[in-house]
Each structure stands twice: as structure tokens, then as C-alpha cells.
Design a protein around this ligand. Structure first.
Ligand code: BGC
Length: 759
């Protein structure tokens, strides 16, 4: 044993020495390079531009990019897509600029690259961390084959307000699950070694709290206590940092009144000093310049403030490029600050191996092999099926028989342009498989499937114009709504079952796509009501980038499969699930409210001093006159074609001390008629604390596969770590006393048992 231990320590110290040697080597290289650089060239490294061609999400697209690259005024580019174009730009940098410093090439690789996977919110509903890591790994393989070395992902903003369109890009409302996913995404992109030609830098965003915008209106003010920040909003960013993310993107919003991009507490005290982050911080799109509108001063002032705060790279706005020299002369910033930022950008390039080979990521052979390869498409199909959430299934309306006569109806049933979802900047909707095609592929013909569009996504031309900024997403039919309805109802009348594919266009969520209502557009609901009148079984397939309000749908449909925007293979994946080839296993990662007035609705809330018992109105209790407190579908909820029974919870001991652990066990039995997967969820409540603690918090989960009739014992080991929180002094502590454990298939339907944490 002694021998094993000592060789372990020798190995460890050699390893540490090796790491230090690598760091020393990097420092020598970067310092040597910086000695040759002029001030202008150092500032140039802090400049990130987009020459257009991608999607510009602000008013500005960079000008004179080629000349700036040649003059050493550019550190990196984004929005350049394609190996050949990237090679061309890199050639310019390494052949024509004085010091031949290679460029970074970034992009919004958000849910897949050219092979488009389900939106991140959908992927999170799989609760399959290994699968999510694989999705990032595949995206990295594909994106690096096309020349990229930097992904502006993962987006880990906790979001509890479905009005906010960017809820689509994250992993929902829970910090524990969000942290697991954040870490997995970073690992998937970087794979522990940035110098490989199939890994790229992750960029965790948007640091921080961007998902908590007032009223769910994008870019709006955020205001929150430190205790809430630390306990509920910061954990996923921290998890990404702990997993080694090479870069961080600052957010658009203010924190404690100071925009994140110029917030020294955030970017230096918290990120670098408290969390030990050593990588590079980039602004969001023109977020330096936007500080002028926040009322922080003119461009020179806000740029100096951002550099002072700890920002390294300025995205698109060129405030650094155009004002830092003057600020240095006027002593508003120091040379050390400029050099620290420059060093971090150069270190990123060094770690990516770009100084060894600037064309490491440019390999036309790899591009043609990797991009849209068959295995990636198969993964897209698998990921989609695993992300769908079955919200309702009365009398086993699903799965369908492949021989059933199906009336496939709805504006999203035979649509390609809305399948990829928001932020699919490199995806091509031409490759999307619509549901109609998926069902035909599965049934081996079209004899039993009759399709009718039935309605437009929206009939409102003014609304459609706002949605159609990147191309037609809402296509308003030449036929009148009445004609389309009649055709759909006629098809429904001839069928055994109606499958109605309805919901949101892809650009109804995402950036700058906030909504003040959460319903399916009214004309689609009118169509559903007409279909309901036919008396045929009504199966809804709902596509969306956010949770929706689904009261009518829940009361009237026989089954609801919520597919989100499921990526390019969605049609095949819908067929897999509707026909029972894959038994759905997704669970919601955001609560679905009953109406907009309930928002924010989230499961892990604090108790009030006047809590409501159940959903019955009580005077002088915390509730509403016109709606229950509970959501329509709670966090963690999702059905399967089979059913699961949970035993009572057994504890290995009724108490533990802070150095020990307790094991909580349940037996889960598949009591239905199908094999299936269940996400067994563990929640904990700290009954008495020095600050008010949430009524229930996710602290673990396991996804288990059970054949019909099979049982499995699921064990959760609970250590002190799971009982800790940030107290009022922002100390990470656990407090002795009573705790409660809850285990179940969602956050509402749980078994519980108490235990004691001893002093
Ligand atoms: C978004 C970021 C994105 C950036 C670059 C911004 O508008 O907020 O998430 O990475 O644009 O496209």
C-alpha cells in the first residue's frame, strides 16, 4: 500500500512539475512575443470583429477588416463560416501582419454546428449528462473541422421567466442541474486538451445573471441580492469555470447598478480572485459601447472602465481599439492592464496551438469527412427523441400504430424553416426533416397519412415581419384561414387520429424575442378547437423555444408531446416517439405556468411567512384570487408510455455528522406495459436555517432503464456537500439540524423522510 501511495505522489509531483514546465514555456514564449509588440499591436489583440456573413445581433458589422488584420489591429474574428474563408483570413494575419500573430475564430456553436441538435433547453430535458457532453463533443469535432477554434457556448443563464426568449438557449431554472450541464458542455468542447485539432475553447456566458431580466424583456435591468446570486444564479457559471472553460463572456445587464462588462467586482474580485479563473474574458456584442446608454460615460470612459474591470477582449464595438491609447496617456488605464489583457488573448492562442500551426483547424479533408456525416445525423435524431417531454397521455392515446389513418395537421407539420430553433447560425434548414417526412419514412409510404396545413403559424402580418428577419419563418398562406380550416377538418374527419403539430416559429424565442403572452398563437388555437369538434382523438405535438401556457390544450387533447425546437432530425425523432420505437423519457427543466401572471414560477422558491396550504385560496395567505400557486406542469415532470412506482425511502441512518454520509434508497418498479427510462430525482430541504431556505432543492438524479415489471434500487449518497449553501456572510456552510429528503419522478410527486445533521 505504502509503495502504491508513494508512486502515486511521485506521479503527482512529476505531473505538477510538467504542468509548471508547460506554463513556464508558455510564459517565456508570450513574454518574448510581447517584447516585440508595439502598444498599438497589443491593443489590437483585444479587438474581436465580425466581417458580416454570420448573423449580426447588433446594429454594427465591422468595417475594413482586411486592412485592420494586416495592421495588427485584430485579435480574432467571428461570423466567418467555412474552412476556406477562415484559411483566407488566417493567411492574411500570418502572412501580411508584421508579427504574424494568428487569429482566433469564434462562432455561436450553440446546439450543434452544421448538424443541428435540439435547442439547449430541450437537451436539458433529457437529464442525460453524458449525452449532453457528447452533443458538445460532436459539435466541436464538426466545427473545428470547418476552421473554428472558439465556441460561444455554453449559455448557462438560469431562467425562470418564459417571457424571456433566450430561455431557449439555457438549461432551465435549476442551479444544480444547470451546473452539471455547464461542466459537461465545457468538457465536451475542450476535452481536456485545447491543442488537439478537434477541440475548441468554450466560452461560458452570459456572465452574469442575464436570465433574470425584469419582466422577461431582453437586455433589461437585473437586480438581485448577493445571497440569491450565490445560491441560485452563479453556480452554473462557477461549474463551467471549475470544469476549465478557457473563456467567459460578460453579459449585457447591470449587476448592482454596474453593467457586467465594466463590473470590477464581477470580472476581477469574483471571477478571478474568488473562483481562480485564469482564462480570457470577452464582452458581448458591443456591450462595452452599450455602457454609454447605461449612463456610464462616453466611449473612452466606458472602455477604460471595462479594461479596469478585467475585460480582455472587446466584441465588435472597437472601444478598446480607438480609445485605450488615449486613456493610457491620460493615465485612466495602466500599461500593465493592457498587457495583462493582451497576454490572456495570446495565451489562449498558444494553448490552442495556433503559434505552432495557425492552420491547425483548417483541413479541407477533415471538413468534408466530418460535416453533416451520417453518424452526426443519427446523433441528432437520438438527442431529439431523448429531449421530448410527454405532458399528457390519456388512455394510452400514444403510441400510435403505424397502420393508423393519421390526419397530420398544423403549420409546423410540414415545415423545414422552423425545425432548427433559435441560434442555429451555421445550420441549414434545407436539411431539416419535417414531421410529415418523418412519419412517411417510418410508415414506409404515405397511404395512411393525410396532411393539411390547417392554419398559419400566425395570421398577423405585422408580427410575421418581426419574426421573419432572418428569412421566412412565418409563411402566410395565399388561402384564407377558412379554406385551410375546412381542408384540415375534412382530413380529420376521415382519420382514426389527428396529430396536430403546432406552436412557435423558431424566431419567436431566442435573442430579442421576448413575449408578454405565452399562448400558442390564437389562430392555431382556433384550428385546434375546430379539430376537437370532430370528436377524433387529438394528439398534439407542440414545438416551441420556451414553456407555454397550455390550459385548453391540457383539458382537451388526448396526448401532448412537447418537442421544443428539436433540430434537423426532428421529424424522424417525432416518428420514433409517436410510434413507440423510443419511449419518451424527457422531464421538464422549467415549470410551465398556468398563466403569465404567475411568472416567475419556479419550484425551488422560498417559503413565505404566510404560505398557502395546497392550491385552495385562503384569505391572508400568499396566493392569487384568480389562479392557483402551482404551475400547470412542475419542474421535473414528464410521462412515459409506461408507469413507475416508487417505494418509501429508506435511510442508512437517521442522522449524520458533517464528515459522514447517509444513503437514501428507493425501489423503483416499472409497473406498465413498456420498457422505459425514468429520471429518479432527489430533493432536499433544510428545515431551519440562518437564512430562509428553499422549500425543496434538487440535489441529485439518476436516469434508470427498466424493463416492464422490473425493479431497481436507486441509492443516493448524501454528504455534507449537498447540505451547504451561502449564508448571509456569503460563507459556504451547512448548518446542523433537521433536513428532509424527497425522492420522486418530478418535483411535486415525491416520497419524503427526515434526517438530522449532527453538530
Ligand atoms: C449574444 C451572444 C452571442 C454574440 C455573438 C450577442 O448578441 O448575446 O450570445 O454570442 O451576440 O454572436
Amino acid at each position: 500500500m505504502k509503495k502504491i501511495l508513494s508512486s502515486f505522489f511521485i506521479f503527482l509531483s512529476l505531473n505538477l512539475a510538467a504542468q509548471t514546465a508547460a506554463e513556464v514555456k508558455m510564459n517565456v514564449f508570450v513574454s518574448g512575443l510581447m517584447k516585440k509588440m508595439t502598444l498599438e499591436e497589443k491593443i489590437g489583440q483585444l479587438n474581436l470583429l465580425t466581417p458580416g456573413g454570420g448573423i449580426a445581433t447588433g446594429a454594427v458589422v465591422s468595417k475594413d477588416v482586411e486592412a485592420k488584420i494586416t495592421n495588427g489591429q485584430v485579435g480574432g474574428l467571428f461570423g466567418v463560416i467555412g474552412e476556406a474563408k477562415i484559411r483566407q483570413a488566417q493567411e492574411l494575419a500570418v502572412n501580411n501582419s508584421r508579427l504574424k500573430i494568428p487569429l482566433l475564430f469564434g462562432s455561436d456553436v450553440i446546439h450543434g454546428y452544421k448538424t443541428t441538435f435540439p435547442i439547449p433547453l430541450a437537451l436539458s430535458c433529457s437529464w442525460d449528462i453524458a449525452m449532453i457532453e457528447r452533443s458538445a463533443r460532436i459539435a466541436a469535432t464538426e466545427a473545428t473541422a470547418d476552421g473554428l477554434n472558439w465556441a460561444f457556448s455554453p449559455m448557462v443563464d438560469i431562467a425562470r421567466d418564459p417571457r424571456w426568449g433566450r430561455i431557449a438557449e439555457g438549461s432551465g431554472e435549476d442551479p444544480y442541474l444547470g451546473s452539471q450541464i455547464a461542466g459537461a458542455m465545457v468538457k465536451g468542447y475542450q476535452n481536456g486538451d485545447l491543442s488537439k485539432n478537434n477541440t475548441l475553447m468554450a466560452c461560458v456566458k452570459h456572465f452574469a445573471l442575464y436570465g433574470a431580466a425584469d419582466g422577461g424583456r431582453d437586455y433589461n435591468t437585473v437586480d438581485m441580492s448577493r445571497v440569491k446570486m450565490y445560491n441560485e444564479y452563479l453556480p452554473p457559471y462557477k461549474a463551467a469555470v471549475d470544469a476549465g472553460t478557457a473563456s467567459v463572456m460578460s453579459s449585457f445587464n447591470v449587476i448592482d447598478g454596474i453593467p457586467a462588462t465594466g463590473n470590477k467586482w464581477l470580472l476581477t474580485d469574483l471571477l478571478r480572485k474568488e473562483w481562480g479563473f485564469k482564462g480570457m474574458v470577452v464582452s458581448d456584442y458591443t456591450s462595452v459601447n452599450e455602457m454609454i446608454h447605461h449612463g456610464m460615460g462616453d466611449l473612452q470612459q466606458v472602455s477604460a472602465m471595462s479594461l479596469n474591470a478585467g475585460l480582455d477582449m472587446d466584441m465588435v464595438g472597437e472601444g478598446f481599439l480607438t480609445t485605450l491609447k488615449k486613456s493610457l496617456q491620460e493615465k485612466k488605464v495602466t500599461l500593465k492592464q493592457v498587457e495583462d489583457a493582451c497576454r490572456r488573448v495570446l495565451e489562449a492562442k498558444y494553448k490552442l496551438g495556433l503559434f505552432d500551426d495557425p492552420f491547425r483547424y483548417c483541413d479541407a479533408g477533415r471538413a468534408s469527412k466530418e460535416i453533416l456525416s451520417a453518424d452526426k445525423k443519427a446523433a441528432a435524431r437520438e438527442f431529439a427523441a431523448h429531449s421530448f417531454v410527454l405532458l399528457k397521455n390519456n388512455n394510452q392515446a400514444l403510441p400510435l400504430k403505424k397502420t393508423a389513418n393519421i390526419a397530420l395537421i398544423g403549420p409546423l407539420a410540414n415545415d423545414k424553416s422552423n425545425m432548427l430553433g433559435t441560434w442555429a447560425v451555421s445550420g441549414n434548414s434545407e436539411f431539416a426533416v419535417p414531421v410529415l417526412e418523418g412519419l412517411k419514412n417510418a410508415t414506409g409510404g404515405d397511404a395512411n397519412i393525410v396532411y393539411a396545413k390547417g392554419a398559419n403559424i400566425s395570421d398577423d402580418t405585422v408580427f410575421a415581419k418581426k419574426i421573419n428577419v432572418f428569412g421566412t419563418r412565418i409563411d402566410i398562406d395565399k388561402r384564407s384561414p377558412g379554406e385551410m380550416f375546412d381542408e384540415a377538418v375534412a382530413a380529420a374527419n376521415k382519420s382514426d387520429v389527428i396529430v396536430a403539430v403546432v406552436g412557435e416559429a423558431s424566431e419567436m424565442s431566442g435573442e430579442s424575442s421576448s413575449r408578454s403572452t405565452l399562448d400558442i398563437p390564437e389562430n392555431q388555437l382556433t384550428l385546434l378547437k375546430a379539430l376537437k369538434k370532430t370528436g377524433k382523438p387529438l394528439v398534439l405535438v407542440i414545438m416551441s423555444g420556451r414553456p407555454l401556457v397550455l390550459n385548453w390544450e391540457n383539458e382537451n387533447a388526448d396526448a401532448i408531446l412537447f418537442t421544443w425546437h428539436g433540430g434537423q432530425e426532428i421529424g424522424n425523432a417525432v416518428a420514433d416517439v409517436l410510434f413507440g420505437v423510443y419511449n419518451p423519457s424527457g422531464k421538464l427543466t422549467t415549470s410551465f405556468p398556468r398563466n403569465v401572471g404567475q411568472v416567475p414560477t419556479y419550484y425551488n422558491h422560498l417559503n413565505t411567512g404566510r404560505p398557502n396550504a395546497g392550491d385552495i385560496f385562503q384569505k391572508f395567505r400568499s396566493n392569487y384570487l384568480d389562479v392557483e400557486n402551482s404551475p400547470l406542469f412542475p419542474f421535473g415532470y414528464g410521462l412515459s408510455y409506461t408507469s413507475f412506482r416508487y417505494s418509501d425511502i429508506k435511510l442508512s441512518s437517521a442522522s449524520m455528522n458533517s464528515g459522514g454520509s447517509i444513503t437514501a434508497s428507493v425501489t423503483v418498479t416499472n409497473t406498465g406495459n413498456y420498457d422505459g427510462e425514468e429520471v429518479v430525482q432527489l430533493y432536499i430541504r433544510d428545515m431551519v436555517g440562518s437564512i430562509t431556505r428553499p422549500v425543496i432543492e434538487l440535489k441529485g438524479f439518476q436516469k434508470v432503464f427498466l424493463r416492464k415489471g422490473e425493479s431497481v434500487e436507486v441509492n443516493f449518497k448524501i454528504t455534507n456537500y449537498f447540505l451547504k449553501f451561502y449564508n448571509n456572510d456569503l460563507k459556504y456552510v451547512s448548518e446542523p439540524g433537521d433536513f428532509k429528503i424527497f425522492i420522486g419522478g418530478n418535483s411535486r410527486d415525491v416520497k419524503d423522510i427526515g434526517f438530522l445533521l449532527l453538530k
